[in-house]
Design a protein around this ligand. Structure first.
Ligand SMILES: Nc1ncnc2c1ncn2[C@@H]1O[C@H](COP(=O)(O)OP(=O)(O)OP(=O)(O)O)[C@@H](O)[C@H]1O
Length: 515
């Protein structure tokens, strides 16, 4: 198999015809037909579990379709392995990027495709030369010798795109590339994608951020329950049209919540917290019944601040009070024991047990309340399963049943499990870091309603989000951080995306003024 000849921009490059894929009893793709054109960004949108990633994985040689055909440049192709896909000029950046931790940027870029000498040895000199050209093209400004773990998520994405270009990919599929990026980083990535398509590369772009899909994608395919429900070619759909196609009806995207009916005593009170590094003298209060947002740019220290609060990092100076009592959590489990619920930023490594069932994951947090007696630590499994099923319905987790392993769910549904496990009624404080990352537009609104309901029942909620629209739609108050400091606070109707952004940059402007 060899990479086919170049196709003219706008011409069909890849045709998928009536592809079908079933996992056990779940029909992930049903008769899906899609045409990808050269030089065009093609958006894949749809609710969690609609089939977007499965189609991409079929193209990448990870899954074998049950039926249907794939054609490249008009000729049928059989993709059995990742190597087949790569030889055909297709590169894939999946939701969980395949970086090799501990390796430098150069080796990560050259993975699988380094230049070789005639003797078959890796020609690092030629590989580096090529890598330098590619790095320049995608705007990599860090050293090729940097260790990949030390880079931001946005920079790791650049390395993945650079890897695709090292392979001379004619088609690059990116599964939710902007989910973990700030608006600024995302717009930098959009610029790079536009340059790639201008040079003739076809790009498949998966995202739940509908505004960016509307702006960036010339062609769009909307998936629903494994089927294609709308195809737009050369016609940009607005966010509202996309929402209607995805959820089946019109939905208001950002509306301020009703003010809380009752705000009680402070549940969380943090004073002058510092870790000596990323968080400096940060104070914050969350009262019972309130949803407080932590806004700011990526790298502002928000995640680190929450980790200090719940004991994942060591507090150097300052004080944390929970319901009026000074606490010092040595690890997150200490916080959980004090009725704190935590949804960490890194779902896969810290949030859920992928090989365990949905009901196990959901009930893990509340095992105590499922014990039948103090001295008989006997789990009332029936009650646990019932609770899991209720949450699966309420949050709209798309699964075969409560006993399905979380690892077999789509990315967004895994995130819903990570959040749902805390939606029981016995948490006095919930700390949610990017709770709706990768969650579809309909489910996001449902998740927000559940979070507000919990606050309505008296819980204090602290939410970190890089999506300012989410903070507007969810929070009673927003505390903004910049460079490790709390730089301001917005209350009620003061909370707008513009105001959050202005505060996020306020510190940098002040420093410029001084300079
Ligand atoms: N390896 C697997 N085993 C079993 N079921 C699977 C597997 N991979 C996907 N599925 C199921 O196939 C369906 C489609 O999942 P897919 O990951 O394609 O959705 P998606 O549209 O990419 O969703 P998301 O936006 O949440 O990433 C889901 O019901 C999912 O649970």
């Amino acid at each position: 198999m060899s990479a086919p000849e170049a196709t003219t921009a706008g011409e069909p490059l890849l045709r998928v015809d009536r592809l079908t894929k079933t996992f056990g009893g779940v029909q992930a793709l049903k008769d899906v037909s899609v045409t990808i054109r050269s030089g065009v960004v093609h958006g894949f949108v749809g609710a969690n579990g609609a089939g977007k990633s499965t189609l991409i994985r079929c193209l990448a040689g990870i899954h074998r379709p049950d039926a249907g055909t794939i054609e490249l440049d008009g000729a049928p192709v059989d993709i059995h392995t990742a190597l087949d896909a790569s030889r055909l000029g297709m590169a894939f950046i999946h939701q969980e990027m395949s970086i090799i931790p501990g390796w430098d940027v150069l080796r990560n870029m050259a993975l699988g495709m380094p230049y070789r000498t005639r003797a078959g040895l890796i020609d690092w000199k030629a590989t580096r030369r090529r890598a330098e050209i590619v790095a320049e093209k995608v705007g990599i400004r860090f050293s090729l010798d940097a260790i990949i773990d030390d880079l931001s998520t946005a920079d790791q994405w650049l390395v993945m795109i650079a890897r695709a270009l090292m392979q001379d990919a004619r088609l690059i599929a990116m599964d939710e590339p902007t989910a973990s990026l700030s608006p600024q980083e995302a717009s930098r990535l959009h610029g790079i994608i536009r340059e790639l398509t201008a040079a003739g590369t076809a790009v498949i772009f998966v995202s739940h951020r509908l505004a960016e899909v509307s702006e960036l994608c010339e062609d769009i395919t909307v998936f629903k329950d494994g089927r294609v429900v709308r195809t737009a070619v050369g016609q940009r759909l607005t966010s509202h049209e996309l929402v209607e196609a995805i959820v089946g009806h019109h939905m208001e995207l950002t509306r301020r919540p009703e003010p809380p009916a009752h705000v009680g005593e402070p549940v969380l009170d943090v004073e002058h917290a510092s870790d000596g590094r990323l968080v400096q003298d940060a104070s914050l209060q969350v009262r019972a019944g309130e949803v407080v947002g932590l806004g700011g740019l990526v790298g502002a220290g928000r995640t680190e601040f929450t980790r200090l609060i719940y004991g994942a990092e060591r507090l150097r100076t300052g004080e944390v009070r929970l319901a009026g009592r000074t606490v010092r959590f040595h690890e997150p489990a200490d916080a959980v024991a004090q009725r704190v619920g935590i949804v960490p930023e890194e779902r896969r490594s810290q949030g859920v047990f992928l090989d365990k069932s949905i009901d196990f994951n959901i009930n893990l947090a509340s095992l105590d309340s499922l014990r039948t007696g103090r001295f008989v630590p006997w789990l009332r499994l029936g009650a646990g399963r019932k609770r899991a099923q209720r949450l699966i319905d309420e949050v709209g987790i798309k699964a075969r049943g409560a006993d399905q392993p979380v690892g077999a769910l789509s990315g967004g549904n895994q995130q819903k499990v990570a959040v749902a496990r805390w939606l029981t009624h016995d948490r006095q404080l919930l700390i949610l870091d990017e709770p709706s990352r990768g969650v579809d537009v309909g489910a996001r609104a449902e998740l927000h309603t559940l979070i507000r309901d919990l606050a309505g029942r008296g819980a204090a909620v602290l939410v970190v989000s890089s999506d300012n629209e989410e903070l507007v739609a969810l929070c009673d108050r927003v505390v903004v951080m910049a460079e490790g400091h709390v730089v301001g606070e917005l209350v009620g109707d003061q909370i707008t995306t513009k105001a959050i952004l202005a505060l996020s940059f306020a510190r940098a402007h002040k420093q410029e003024d001084v300079a």
